[in-house]
Design a binder for this molecule. Structure first.
Ligand code: 13P
Length: 336
């Protein structure tokens, strides 16, 4: 498959992406929450549970993996990527090295990982990865985001994306404006719009082929601690309006991150956007927490709970898939 075909397959009708690429530090936090030690084996068991859930390929087109998982074998000795491919799921890989303090800024972050990236991408392609992810983090509050931080992150995102396409790997470009803070939805709108303008400006300058990438943005939402929370319809209309101002129609798909929204809320927002009619881009998902939270809570690190955790994961995947098609409603939660 060429890169256009892979991008199209990732945003095929009824399907979206599972982000299971938590770094070793982040997965430890998730496993701590269910009082399970984070070891190579427990991380493998958890990812194996997700990837081997029966028929999950009906809802999940691709999975973003962490370096360790891409190289890891299941309990029966098969590679975890083979489990995915058997379910017609495309393996992807997180290639950034995390967000670090940006020099001469007031606490803002820039994502690292460009050094040696060309060589790493070649190896990842050999290991079966056909798409990649790089996450930039933009925060709101106290004068942030600065144009300096936005530009530094946009530049790195474009350098990453160009290197991916050179290696025949579809880049997912992820500039995440964080929900943390008490800012209004309009402040989130402004930060998201400025960020996306800078990102597409850099992608253009660095010759990235828009047809061969996907955008993974935040939704335009109220800050987590904002006393006046915007409703579902306002989130959907402001988010789509923001993209209409910033995202070229040559981009095949927009796959949202969930960003700490509860599972059900992320599903409602995605559904509302898909109910607003056809857009120039496919509107789909690349959720981490909003696909995994229930499964993790049910699993509790116990082999006896694997089937129930898989059922919880499949339920969430089915409901998110319905929302991707604009066919979700709240009654489906009760009947799930
Ligand atoms: P969340 O959906 O939990 O935000 O994770 C998606 C992701 O990949 C963040 O980089």
């Amino acid at each position: 498959m060429d890169m256009e075909d892979i991008a199209a397959a990732l945003v095929a009708p009824s399907k979206g992406i599972l982000a299971a690429d938590e770094s070793t530090g982040t997965i430890k936090k998730r496993l701590d929450s269910i009082k399970t030690a984070s070891t190579k084996e427990s991380r493998r068991d958890y990812r194996e549970l997700l990837f081997s859930a029966k028929d999950v390929g009906d809802y999940i087109s691709g999975v973003i993996l962490y370096d360790e998982t891409l190289r890891q074998a299941a309990k029966d000795g098969r590679q975890l990527t083979t489990l995915l491919e058997d379910q017609h799921i495309i393996p992807g890989i997180k290639v950034d090295m995390g967000a670090k303090p940006l020099a001469f800024s007031d606490g803002e972050l820039v994502t690292e990982g460009l050094d040696g990236l060309r060589e790493r991408l070649a190896e990842y392609h050999d290991l079966g990865a056909r798409f990649a992810k790089w996450r930039a983090v933009i925060s709101i509050g106290d004068g942030a985001p600065s144009q300096y931080c936005i530009d530094a992150n946009a530049h790195a995102l474009a350098r990453y994306a160009a290197l991916c396409q050179e290696a025949n790997i579809v880049p997912i470009v992820e500039p995440e404006v964080l929900m943390d803070g008490d800012h209004s939805i309009d402040e989130c709108y402004a930060a998201t719009e400025t960020t996306l303008k800078a990102v597409f400006d850099e992608l253009y300058k660095q010759r990235v082929v828009l047809e061969q990438m996907l955008l993974k943005p935040n939704m335009v939402v109220s800050g987590k601690d904002c006393p006046e929370q915007a409703g579902v319809d306002e989130v959907a209309s402001k988010t789509l309006y923001c993209f209409s101002q910033t995202v070229p129609t040559a981009v095949p798909g927009i796959v949202f991150l969930s960003g700490g929204q509860p599972e059900r809320q992320a599903t409602e927002h995605l559904n509302a956007m898909n109910q607003l009619g056809r857009q120039p881009w496919e509107i789909s998902y690349s959720f981490g927490r909003a696909l995994q939270a229930s499964a993790l809570a049910v699993w509790q690190g116990k082999p006896a709970n694997v089937e129930a955790a898989q059922a919880a994961f499949l339920t969430r995947a089915r409901l998110t898939s319905a929302a991707r098609d604009g066919e979700y409603n709240a009654d489906m939660e009760a009947n799930a």
